[in-house]
Design a protein around this ligand. Structure first.
Ligand code: UD1
Length: 438
């Protein structure tokens, strides 16, 4: 298992480049199921979750080519035949977002068999809202042997039918999954209380390029007029706002001067305004954000919310910063229960954090010390790297496969702006198995 060795103390200086958004690329790749034609997606990040999705689509009979480097992080996917519309447990257990194939599979083939995702480190993460939505569109859902089987109506023309769906709770992949089911359904589907995340808007833009008729993506009400077929398209994935936010905190926590380039600043509003409240200097231009901090940082509370609120996927990284701000920071996690796995490890590095239910109280500023620490999930791993960048001495982070699921060349990018970080152990293999189902 790979480890990172990080020696703290260097301010990060220079320009760091942001990759394509993993959480946009995953639903966009699943959208290839909706057409027999070829889909070409650009700006795909080279991370383990994308490799898992490639395997998932290939296992169903899709032809998937994935090229990096000179091939510009591009994938060509052709689902002319989906001989085996099954998402097998061996694949689903390593990536919970595999449930994103449920909607497109049933819409395209009339049948889907998807292993039920297990629980995972950051809470139960049910998919009841996906199921309820598909049932409202006429699907029949049964469960057996740990699998969920969905079938489209066997009367009429066998297509799903439009429905009025009100999400009880805002769900990102739930909105995406049902959107993909609705684009090929008969008639109109109206979704209310939808997720407004930029990744939903990215997917909707791709679906529109494939011939779907969608209005309102990015707002809480989305209307879809179903069409009979979709065609191929070429589409460029948006930059990763969570990777960009992680780099902004890396610049701020190390007292550096870092230009985070190739990002979409308007997707980073909540993170930027929170950093400003902490006393970090931010300059925003069209596609980059420069972060500078030299002076003392002030504590500022955060409360995670759905977009455009402060993202839960930035909570762990912000907590690392909170250990370095003067005063008390209250961190409230509203989206997932049990998303404080990084706290124990940060405390082992000398942080002063206590947890009560959904709230963590960080008393800063504390001097962090190197330690041997364990990554527990994707964003917790990033938080520990950020802490290690300012800790005294050499921190060893174990289980960095969690981080490899969602950050492209993390250590190389950080090293390029002055961090002392290296990977130890086996070389990152694209085929290595990850075990954290996020
Ligand atoms: C997505 C992101 C993840 C991010 C999360 C919240 C991807 C691949 N992953 O995850 O990085 O942390 O959004 O921004 O895009 N819920 C239900 N029933 C459901 C579905 C969800 O109760 O059927 C609950 C969840 O348990 C959670 C909340 O709704 O409490 C939000 O979850 P959701 O938005 O669905 O997260 P994901 O889409 O899994």
């Amino acid at each position: 298992m790979d480890k990172f060795v990080v020696r703290g103390g260097n301010p990060l200086l220079g320009t760091i480049k942001v990759s394509g958004a993993k959480n946009s690329a995953l639903p966009c790749m699943a959208a290839a199921i909706l057409t027999e034609d070829e889909l070409i997606l650009e700006n795909i990040p080279q991370v383990q979750d994308i490799e898992t999705e490639r395997k998932l689509l290939s296992s169903m009979g899709a032809e998937v080519e994935l090229g990096y480097g000179r091939a510009q992080h591009r994938t060509h996917i052709k689902c002319s035949l989906l001989s085996d519309p099954i998402a097998k447990y061996e694949i689903v257990k390593t990536m919970r977002a595999s449930s994103l194939v449920l909607g497109p599979l049933i819409a395209r083939t009339g049948m889907a068999r998807v292993a039920m995702p297990g629980g995972c480190a950051i809470g139960g993460r049910p998919i009841d809202l996906h199921i309820r939505g598909l049932e409202a569109m006429g699907a029949t859902i049964t469960q057996d042997h740990g699998y969920l089987e969905a079938r489209s109506p066997n009367h009429g023309n066998g297509r799903l039918r439009g429905a009025h769906i009100l999400f009880d709770k805002i769900t990102v992949t739930g909105t995406e999954d049902l959107l993909m089911a609705a684009v090929l359904a008969e008639g109109e589907t109206v979704f209310e209380n939808c997720a407004r995340e930029p990744e939903v808007t990215d997917l909707a833009a791709l679906l529109a390029a494939m011939g779907a008729r969608i209005e309102g993506a990015g707002t809480s009400t989305i209307r879809v007029q179903g069409v009979e077929r979709l065609h191929g398209a070429r589409y460029r994935i948006n930059p990763d706002r969570i990777e960009a936010g992680t780099f902004l905190i890396a610049g701020a926590i190390t007292g550096g001067d870092l230009n985070v380039d190739g990002c979409e600043p308007k997707h980073l509003g909540a993170v930027i305004s929170k950093l400003e409240q902490c006393g970090v200097k931010i300059d925003v231009s069209e596609s980059s954000v420069r972060v500078r901090s030299g002076g003392e940082l002030k504590a500022s509370n955060i409360s995670t919310e759905e977009y455009p609120g402060f993202p839960t996927d930035m909570q762990a990284q912000f907590m690392a910063l909170a250990t370095q701000t003067e005063g008390t920071t209250i961190v409230t996690e509203n989206i997932f229960e049990n998303r404080f796995m990084h706290v124990q490890e940060l405390n082992r590095m000398g942080a002063n954090i206590s947890v009560s239910g959904r709230t963590a109280t960080v008393t800063g500023r504390t001097r962090l010390q190197s330690a041997a620490v364990m990554c527990s999930d994707l964003r917790a791993s990033a938080s520990l790297v950020l802490a290690a960048l300012v800790a005294d001495g050499e921190t060893i982070l174990d289980r960095v496969y969690h981080l490899d699921r969602g950050y492209e060349n993390f250590e190389d990018k950080l090293r390029g702006v002055g961090a002392q970080i290296r990977r130890m152990g086996e070389v990152f293999s694209k085929n290595r198995r990850a075990t954290d189902p996020r």
